[in-house]
Design a protein around this ligand. Structure first.
Ligand SMILES: C[S@@+](CC[C@H](N)C(=O)[O-])C[C@H]1O[C@@H](n2cnc3c(N)ncnc32)[C@H](O)[C@@H]1O
Length: 491
């Protein structure tokens, strides 16, 4: 039985593989963005990323395949539940180069996504993977492949090898249990004062937060081949493909490093790939989101302000007053410029709504706005997108939930428009489907009471209707604000 049938991979939406974000990165380096998208996902698993996207973008074309039986059935089931037009087929990568042809499938794809596949397959399958990209990418198409990379995964992979030894054979649950117990033991046995002990403790803390499926499919995977960026790029080159960039602009550019470090790295010379490889050495990077395109596509590495023209931008920052902002990663931005205060203030205020660059340009000198948006993107303070997404940062008077999230609310775990998973509590599960644009807060409270929703006091007694109403009048507006921030509201 396939490992992925035995322990299903926890198939999630992947924010960094949102097509609108990937096409924006491509656009920055001179690749034209298609009006309509034809998207293929390799190893799509249970469709946690692909299917909600297909449901949200019915005018685009969506195809996915995976070798394992159970995940493909789950993806097809999710598509049926959401009424999504997406073609999910059971196929092995090694056959797919030829077998993808036929039916109503596209002749070529503008975007091919493969999250968590390339490093996890044997060498022969990696060749089939690159052949598939060479065969199926449209002339200006881009491919996203996330990989475990060196040097960072070299260290983690060593721990993985120890855990595989200790986990032995047997049922997956037993292997996972033995590996988890041994990770904790090892971190305890080596003194914290020892650099090895300090590293083990950090790894143990990280592993503890990961689901069992990650332990099984990453650390305990029999095949897990981390790559050096330069070697992957050279192999892609043999298939007529070139390195376009990283899906996260702030991961490919050194702008978040202290300027002295940036200068010393730059003094070592080399092109884009060599500089990024050096960056990986400095950061001990263990994971990458590599973008490739055909070698014939002319790329421009000069990031002038004009490259953001026509794009959309989502703030990843919170205003702290007096021109100071803090990014969601904790980085700081401070500006005395009234124009930039207005631009970043609007993005912080309206987050997570994606705002058209054209709209922000109206606040002052367009060149200044564009160059500072680009700078902010290279530092991870904003995200660039090729399309808007209809989100609102503040709930409307009669709020509207996004359709996919509303349809899946009863599950308690929903994919947001930000391509992130959002956990809903009992109230939010009932509330989200009620947000159809017809109810203000008072009507929502009425509808929740009428739905039979109850809350209990500390002693476990269900509270009276009056007390429930009082509680809901406070909670409902708060929950609405939280839902808007999480990317669940479109009105
Ligand atoms: C780590 S999971 C990632 C799943 C999905 N991309 C996600 O992020 O949720 C890797 C997936 O690749 C699939 N896979 C592995 N080898 C494959 C092959 N040779 N052909 C097709 N799919 C394969 C597995 O079945 C599994 O669903």
């Amino acid at each position: 039985m396939d490992r992925y049938d035995h322990v299903p991979y926890d198939s999630m939406p992947i924010a960094e593989a949102d097509p609108a974000r990937l096409f924006a990165v491509a656009r920055l380096f001179g690749v034209p963005v298609p009006e309509r998208w034809r998207v293929l996902e390799i190893g799509c698993g249970a469709g946690g990323h692909l299917v909600p996207l297909a449901a949200r973008h019915p005018d685009d074309t969506w195809v996915g395949f995976d070798r394992a039986t159970l995940p493909v059935q789950q993806a097809q089931g999710l598509a049926a539940r959401l009424g999504a037009t997406v073609d999910v087929v059971q196929l092995d990568l090694e056959d797919a180069v030829d077998a993808l042809a036929g039916g109503s499938r596209p002749e070529a794809y503008d975007l091919i996504i493969a999250h968590g596949v390339y490093s996890w397959v044997p060498e022969a399958v990696q060749h089939a993977f690159l052949s598939l990209l060479a065969r199926w990418l449209a002339p200006h198409g881009i491919a996203y492949l996330s990989v475990n990379c060196l040097p960072g995964w070299g260290l983690r992979g060593t721990l993985g090898a120890m855990l595989r030894y200790v986990a032995g054979d047997g049922a997956p649950e037993q292997q996972i249990g033995r590996a988890r117990a041994f990770t904790a033991l090892l971190a305890d046995l080596v003194p914290e004062t020892d650099p090895y002990g300090a590293w083990l403790r950090r790894e143990a803390a990280l592993i503890e937060q990961q689901p069992d499926s990650w332990m099984f499919h990453d650390l305990l995977a029999p095949t897990n081949r981390p790559v050096w960026l330069h070697e992957l790029v050279a192999e892609a080159g043999e298939h007529g493909l070139q390195y376009l960039g990283d899906a996260k602009l702030d991961a490919m550019l050194p702008d978040r490093l202290p300027s002295a470090v940036q200068a010393r790295l730059a003094s070592l010379g080399g092109g884009q790939v060599q500089q990024e490889q050096l960056l990986d050495f400095v950061l001990a990077r263990s994971f990458r989101r590599v973008l490739l395109c055909r070698e014939q596509v002319p790329l421009s590495r000069e990031l002038g302000p004009e490259v953001v023209e026509g794009l959309w931008v989502r703030g990843r920052l919170v205003g702290e007053g007096e021109g100071r902002f803090r990014s969601l990663d904790g980085d700081e931005l401070s500006t005395a410029s009234p124009l930039l205060r207005a631009v970043f203030g609007a993005l912080a205020e309206r987050r997570p709504e994606a705002v058209a660059v054209a709209e922000l340009e109206k606040l002052g000198d367009p060149g200044t706005v564009r160059s500072n948006l680009l700078l902010a993107a290279s530092r991870g303070l904003v995200e660039l997108r090729s399309r808007g997404d209809g989100l609102v940062g503040r709930p409307g008077v009669r709020p509207v939930a996004e359709g996919v999230a509303a349809a899946l609310a009863a599950d308690g775990l929903v994919p947001s428009v930000l391509c992130q998973r959002v956990r809903l509590d009992g109230l939010e599960r009932v509330m989200l489907p009620l947000l159809d644009g017809t109810r203000d807060t008072a009507a929502l409270v009425d509808a929740l009471v009428a739905s039979g929703f109850t809350v209990s006091d500390r002693g476990g007694t269900v509270v009276s209707e009056g007390a429930l109403r009082g509680w809901l009048e406070v909670e409902v507006p708060q929950r609405l604000r939280g839902m808007a921030r999480s990317g669940l509201l479109v009105g």
